[in-house]
Design a protein around this ligand. Structure first.
Ligand code: ADP
Ligand code: X2W
Length: 286
C-alpha cells in the first residue's frame, strides 16, 4: 500500500469507534470570533463540520464574533467596553451587534459550510422564538450592562426539526425578551444553554488559546468544579475565559457528557477533538 493510503487507513481505523459512539448524537460547537482568524482556518472549520454531519453526527453551531463587532464599532467611531468578558451594550451598540452577528458573521459561516457540501441554515435566537432572554444584572450597583441578556429559556423545536431534516443549524447569540427588547448574549452562554437543552453529547468551545492555562501558561488538560472555583478566585481564569468555564461547567452539570475548550487556531482542531483520542484542550467534568 502507498504511504498516503496507509496513513488514511490508520486515521480511519482510529476514528471508527468515535464515529460509532457519536452516531446520531448532537454536538454543540461554539465557534468564537477569535478563532475566525484567516480563510484557511475558516475552511478547515467548515470542512470539519461537514465531515461530522457526513458520518452521522448532528453538529449544531453557535457562533461569536466579538472582534468583528469591535472592528465595526471602531469604524463608526464608537468605543466599547468589556466588564468580566461581557460587552456593555447600549441601544446603538445593540443595532451593530445584531447586524454583524445576525448578518455578516452568520451568513459567512453558512456560506462556508454550504460551499463544502453541507446544508447549513443561519438563524438568530429570535427565529422560531428559540432564545428567550432577560436583562443580565451585573450584581454591582454601579455597573449596568445595558442590552446584555442571559438565557431565560430555549425552545429547541426549530433546531430539532432542522437536525431531523439533515440541516446544520448555525445560530447567532441574540435573543428577545418577553418585553420585546433585543438582547446581546455571550455566545458561550448560548452554546452552553443550548447544549443543556438538547442534552448534547458534547459541548466544544473553540477559542484562541490552547485551552485553559495556568499562571505559567501551561495547559490545564482537565478541570473539575472545585478547580474552576479555585482558579477563578486566584485570578488565573479571567476575562473572556470566565463565561467559557462557567457555561462549560453548567452544561456538564445539566447532563451534557463532556465540555471541551479547544484551540480554534489549530487546523482541524474539531475533528481531532471529536474523532481521535488526542486531547487537544481542556476537558471539563462535573
Ligand atoms: N486561564 C486562562 N487561560 C486561557 N485564556 C485565558 C485565561 N484567562 C483569561 N483568558 C483569556 O480569555 C481569552 C478567550 O476568551 P475570548 O477572548 O472571549 O475568546 P472567544 O472570542 O473565543 O470567545 C483568551 O484569549 C485569554 O486572553
Ligand atoms: C454580551 C457579550 O459580550 N456578547 C458578545 C457576543 C459575541 C460573542 O460572544 O463573541 P465571541 O465568542 O467571539 O467572544 C459580544 O458582544 O462580543
Amino acid at each position: 500500500m502507498p504511504d498516503s493510503t496507509q496513513h488514511a487507513a490508520k486515521i480511519l481505523i482510529e476514528a471508527l469507534p468515535y464515529i460509532q459512539r457519536f452516531h446520531g448524537k448532537t454536538i454543540v460547537i461554539k465557534y468564537g470570533g477569535n478563532a475566525m482568524i484567516d480563510d484557511a482556518l475558516k475552511e478547515s472549520f467548515a470542512r470539519d463540520v461537514v465531515m461530522m454531519k457526513a458520518v452521522g453526527m448532528n453538529p449544531v453551531v453557535v457562533h461569536g464574533g466579538g472582534p468583528q463587532i469591535s472592528g465595526t464599532l471602531a469604524r463608526v467611531g464608537k468605543t466599547t467596553e468589556f466588564i468580566d468578558g461581557l460587552r456593555v451594550t447600549d441601544a446603538e451598540t445593540m443595532e451593530v451587534v445584531e447586524m454583524v452577528l445576525g448578518g455578516l458573521v452568520n451568513k459567512e459561516i453558512v456560506s462556508l459550510i454550504n460551499s463544502h457540501g453541507g446544508k447549513a441554515v443561519g438563524l438568530s435566537g429570535k427565529d422560531g422564538d428559540m432564545i428567550r432572554a432577560r436583562k443580565l444584572s451585573s450584581g454591582k450597583p454601579d455597573v449596568d450592562y445595558g442590552h446584555v441578556g442571559e438565557v431565560e429559556s430555549i425552545n429547541s423545536s426549530l433546531v430539532e426539526t432542522l437536525e431531523a431534516e439533515r440541516f446544520i443549524p448555525v445560530i447567532a447569540p441574540i435573543g428577545s425578551g418577553s418585553d420585546g427588547v433585543t438582547y446581546n448574549i455571550n455566545a458561550d452562554s448560548v452554546a452552553g444553554a443550548l447544549a443543556s437543552k438538547l442534552t448534547a453529547e458534547k459541548l466544544v468551545l473553540m477559542t484562541n488559546t490552547s485551552g485553559v492555562l495556568d499562571k505559567q501558561g501551561r495547559l490545564l488538560t482537565g478541570l473539575t468544579a472545585e478547580q474552576i472555583d479555585h482558579y477563578k478566585q486566584d485570578g488565573t481564569i479571567q476575562g473572556g475565559m470566565l463565561p467559557k468555564v462557567d457555561c462549560a461547567l453548567q452544561a456538564v452539570q445539566a447532563g451534557v457528557k463532556t465540555s471541551h475548550i479547544i484551540d480554534g487556531r489549530v487546523n482541524h482542531a474539531l475533528l481531532l477533538e471529536v474523532l481521535t483520542d488526542k486531547g487537544v484542550g481542556t476537558l471539563i467534568r462535573s
